[in-house]
Ligand binder design. Structure first.
Ligand code: IFM
Length: 486
């Protein structure tokens, strides 16, 4: 009989337990080569914003502007990962992870974005990679997780086509130094987010609200995605696996069967889920659903770009947190579609206001896996933010724990139906700076006290550890938040 501590038996909304979940299951169902990781990103966790020669980034600048971030918080110290990576990696290894994904801060390596290399910055990543390997954590390195050097923003940033070459040079600088030990590389992290939130919505750095800047940045990011892949391929050993990551959400119409909402959903899918994926396969942009794109992008496209946007990635990183419900909107040009917030729909949601909808990850794996010539898929981010309470040195994060196992169950469901998905990386190893939301939402498997920098492995992290050591997730509802090992 499973013994549950009182907090484990708290009732949770049925949303966590879709009947489609393939229970019981255990790690063994995924096979011996499946990768089990956690992810992190430089600006969100490193801190050390001015240490050892690092140059400023657009996030250093953006967070300095009053009113851009909740409570005017910033990432200058964050989770202090720069100075604590060894003990954080000890914790990661103690969870039983096989992989650890981190990003390199471009301005730590090239303070001006191009030109002179900051040797101490590269040395840091060299030590970080070695520290992963010493703990038998396979490193996965992301080149760009949104912290563009300020010096390049001053030259137009992503809106300047020259960024394609700046980025390729940066990629090779990092690859030449670390390529002998890093077996897996991600070119970009979620281009639709940094391009859209940063250039159209203005809620992320660099804080622009301009359709032209958005389209230019989008096109240059698409080119840089492929060019970055080629730059890496040219200098990395043949065994290195090169991928890139995409944000994505299952989209469903607000009023199923309503022609306007159904069409709006298809347009939103083209923009939010397909825009950066299809050019890599040589399919170009999804202009059939978004005809306006054709003439808007004409301004930025050059002959030969369709080919330049193509790259034969070894894997795609799928990053999913929720689903979105879409309705027709006359106010949002280009997609003529709006997302209906979960709070407005009255459905269970996380601290980000994102609906708890575990089946979304399954649907996105099916959607991406259905492209002819799709490479291997890895879930490079999946997770949830819920408020945490520290009680007697423990964090009983029942909801995050249930979310984690529900998501893993849905990944297994896709895998059992033949989708080539080879890994799951939880977002995030530790709590960290959640961009415009500051330190409010906590996604970590490990709790961070930002005053003392003390770490506590949350119950979700403990559950992950048990699961990775072979514990079975059983069918009873109570057991979904407990395991046989408890
Ligand atoms: O924290 C972010 C991460 O940087 C990119 N993907 C989504 C996460 C949660 O918002």
């Amino acid at each position: 009989m499973i013994q549950l501590s009182p907090s484990y038996s708290e009732p949770l909304p049925a949303a966590f337990f879709p009947s489609s979940a393939p229970v019981p299951f255990s790690r063994a169902n995924f096979g011996p080569d499946f990768q089990w990781g956690a992810s992190a990103a430089a600006y969100q966790s490193e801190g050390a914003w001015q240490q050892q020669g690092k140059g400023p980034s657009i996030w250093d600048d953006f967070t300095r502007r009053k009113g851009t971030i909740r409570r005017n918080e910033h990432g200058r110290v964050a989770a202090d990962f720069y100075n604590r990576y060894e003990t954080d990696l000890d914790l990661a290894a103690s969870l039983g992870l096989t992989d650890f994904r981190f990003s390199v801060a471009w301005p730590r390596v090239l303070p001006e974005g191009t030109g002179a290399v900051n040797r101490r910055g590269l040395d840091y990543y060299d030590r970080l990679v070695d520290a992963c390997l010493e703990r038998e954590l396979r490193p996965m390195l992301t080149l760009y997780h949104w912290d563009l050097p300020s010096a390049l923003q001053a030259r137009g940033g992503w809106a300047n086509r020259d960024i394609v070459h700046w980025f390729a040079d940066y990629a090779q600088t990092v690859a030449r130094r670390l390529g002998d030990r890093v077996p897996q590389w991600c070119v970009l992290n979620e281009p639709m987010v940094f391009v859209g939130a940063g250039h159209l919505l203005g809620i992320h750095a660099p804080g622009r609200r301009h359709l032209g800047a958005f389209l230019a940045a989008a096109h240059h990011a698409t080119l840089a995605q492929a060019e970055g892949g080629r730059a890496l391929r040219a200098v990395l050993p043949a065994s290195a696996r090169i991928g890139t990551t995409f944000s994505c959400s299952q989209l469903t119409p607000h009023r199923p069967g309503n022609a306007s909402d159904e069409a709006a959903t298809r347009r939103a899918d083209a923009l939010l889920n397909r825009f950066f994926v299809e050019p890599t396969l040589g399919l170009g942009y999804p202009t059939a659903e978004l005809p306006a794109l054709r003439w808007l992008l004409e301004r930025y496209q050059k002959p030969g770009d369709q080919q330049r946007m193509q790259f034969d990635f070894d894997f795609w990183g799928v990053q999913n947190y929720t689903r979105e419900v879409v309705k027709f909107s006359p106010w949002l040009p280009l997609q003529w579609a709006a997302l209906v917030p979960a709070r407005q729909r009255g459905v269970p949601h996380t601290d980000m206001g994102w609906e708890v909808y575990p089946e979304s990850i399954y649907h996105m794996l099916k959607q991406f896996g259905a492209y002819p010539n799709a490479p291997k898929l890895l879930i490079t981010e999946s997770g949830s933010a819920f408020p945490d309470v520290v009680t007697d040195g423990r964090v009983h994060d029942v909801a995050r724990r249930a979310y984690l196992q529900a998501a893993i169950g849905q990944v297994l469901r896709a895998r059992q139906e033949g989708v080539d998905v080879g890994g799951y990386f939880a977002w995030s190893l530790t709590d960290n700076f959640e961009w415009a939301e500051g330190y409010g939402p906590r996604f970590g498997l490990i709790h961070v006290d930002y005053e003392t920098q003390e770490r506590i492995v949350k119950d979700s992290g403990r559950w992950y550890q048990e699961f990775l050591s072979g514990a079975r997730v059983s069918a009873e509802r109570a057991a979904i938040v407990g395991t046989d090992a408890e």
